[in-house]
Design a protein around this ligand. Structure first.
Ligand code: SAM
Length: 537
């Protein structure tokens, strides 16, 4: 054994043989949890798996400072700033829930802003607009209209940002150092809209004329637009801006997934192994949207033209996720542009070469959208028929077809009183096939979508377990096949635990995680009763 290996396996505190490593950086070894805890004060400053770099095209971005393993947590961070989205109806400024009427809300006894209940008046989140209403506005706020959207709520997140300047200079400095894209925002009029509807309104409403210029407030609006994350922990979702997380670059095929903890921290986790020196990326947009839709969204909201691996490949890893079906008789090929970045005006069939314009392709896409988006949730038969009907307009993996298949895969078994037990054999097999198809597609196309992948594995485990249950009831059942199916179902539950490990308990995926833990325990008891040796027991 070389000296390096000896060093690596010794506890950093007592130099006794180490049995575990820091799960984040994997560079520090310890003999026990106690010594790991004891060393954290020193280690936390070194335990960072990324470095900040900068170039002309991306601005600042993060690269891996060591090899990062799939599943590792790269970053967990509290927000610098949180508040309602730019456009919303009245929400509780303590806990972010939607307020629907005067009767179902209470005014804050100090400042008058409506809240869901009195304890929310003391939520530290509410302090900025509350304190400044008393100190600067010198009058209570009165909200009488509970219609959506209510323009005064567009002022809240910017006020909370400005409050940092006075109350928390370190956070203010971090926030003001983030990208605002003011020049680009001037060109598309967002700057002017925010100047009028936020900066000017805020200075008047809160009497901030002598403290903050319009330019300073509009720059803050830009920072919130470019760096804000929608946090789905409340309905409606609220917006948070983080510091280091704001430096992560975008890719439509990112190598990291993003989730939020119950307390609103952002958690970034490696979706694949990331070699040292590689760029670390998340998705700023919805990976289940077509290439034109994702690119358009990024250009309009983040001011860059995405040139990631997925955007430069019109077939999107051979999935044809954004393509339409060739209208030529009996061709059945897929029609796509040569490239979505430059030559996207003319589409051509990959099989027969027939051409169509981007406008014609968009027409087909909107027909498919109309057909699929109007379907009633829970109606398995109409989903199945509609999916069959759109087959001659778009391919099997066309984006909206994939969304409908995702809904259908979850719906089967949910819309019947006795769950999967009531579903006929063919429909059960359809559920299983849909899950397998979508899981395989997700490997190549939305590998960082942990929530979707966890849910798909959960649905697949349920379908396979139900097949096994039916096998027991059949006289001709084969013990080996049954054992294999039970083990397979347990294996899928392990995958659910991997993907949904960090999902917050308030989201359905957090609840699915708990259910998967219970189902796995039950399955492991069954393995014991049946004398099956599972790889994990
Ligand atoms: C949230 S900020 C990321 C940090 C930013 N680079 C900085 O220096 O502050 C988002 C901005 O970064 C740039 N950016 C991020 N990902 C990019 C990409 N894949 N291609 C080009 N620009 C990108 C764009 O200017 C975008 O508006």
């Amino acid at each position: 054994m070389g000296s390096k290996e000896i060093h690596e396996s010794l506890c950093l505190v007592c130099t006794q043989p180490a049995s575990s490593r820091c799960s984040s950086c994997r560079a520090a070894s310890y003999c026990s949890k106690e010594h790991q805890k004891q060393h954290w004060k020193t280690h936390k400053n070194q335990c960072i798996p990324y470095q900040v770099k900068e170039d002309k095209k991306l601005g600042r971005f993060l690269v891996a400072s060591r090899d990062i393993q799939r599943g590792d947590v790269i970053l967990k961070e509290h927000p610098l700033l949180s508040g309602p989205p730019h456009s919303t109806g009245p929400v509780c400024l303590g806990c972010n829930v939607l307020l629907t009427s005067v009767e179902t809300s209470v005014p804050c006894p100090r400042c008058g802003w409506p809240l869901c209940s009195l304890p929310c008046a003391d939520n530290p989140l509410h302090k900025p607009e509350c304190e400044w209403a008393i100190e600067k506005k010198k009058d209570k706020v009165r909200i009488s209209q509970f219609a959506t959207p209510h323009p005064t709520y567009a002022l809240i997140t910017p006020i909370r940002a400005l409050f940092l300047k006075e109350q928390d200079p370190t956070s203010w400095e971090r926030l003001s150092g983030l990208e605002s894209h003011c020049e680009q925002r001037k060109l598309d009029k967002k700057y002017e809209q925010d100047r009028f509807a936020v900066a000017s309104a805020l200075r008047r409403f809160y009497k901030l004329e002598n403290e903050f210029s319009e330019e300073e407030i509009v720059r803050i609006c830009g920072i919130i637009q470019i760096n804000g994350h929608e946090v789905p922990l409340s309905e409606p979702a609220y917006i948070s801006v983080y510091w280091v997380c704001s430096l992560l670059e975008h890719s439509c095929l990112p190598n990291c997934s993003k989730t939020f903890t119950d307390s609103g921290q952002v958690l970034i986790r490696a979706a694949v192994d990331i070699p040292k020196g590689s760029h670390i990326s998340i998705s700023y947009t919805d990976p289940l949207w077509s290439t034109p839709a994702r690119r358009q969204h990024l250009i309009l909201t983040k001011y860059f033209s995405c040139c990631c691996l997925r955007c430069v490949d019109p077939t999107e890893n051979g999935s044809y996720f954004s393509g339409v079906r060739c209208p030529a008789k009996k061709c059945g090929g897929i029609v796509l542009p040569k490239c979505f970045i430059k030559d996207y005006e003319t589409y051509a069939c990959l099989k027969c070469g027939q051409k169509m314009t981007a406008k014609q392709a968009a027409g087909i896409c909107s027909k498919v959208a109309q057909e699929l988006l109007s379907l009633k949730k829970g109606d398995v038969a109409s989903y199945t028929t509609a999916l069959h009907r759109v087959k001659n307009l778009v391919g099997e993996n066309y984006c909206q077809v994939v969304e409908a298949k995702l809904t259908l895969a979850q719906m089967i078994g949910q819309s019947t009183a006795k769950g999967l037990a009531e579903v006929d054999d063919d429909t059960l097999s359809m559920k299983e096939n849909l899950c397998r198809q979508l899981i395989s597609l997700s490997d190549g196309l939305f590998r960082a979508e942990n929530r979707i992948r966890g849910v798909l594995f959960f649905e697949l485990h349920a379908a396979v377990a139900e097949h096994a249950r039916r096998l027991v009831n059949k006289k001709s059942s084969n013990a080996f096949v049954l054992q294999a199916q039970l083990l397979e179902s347990g294996g899928y539950l392990e995958r659910v635990l991997f993907f949904l490990k960090y999902e917050p308990k308030v989201l359905p995926e957090g609840i699915i995680y708990d259910q998967a833990v219970e189902n796995l325990k039950d399955l492991q008891k069954l393995y014991q009763t049946m004398g099956i040796t599972s790889p994990t027991t």
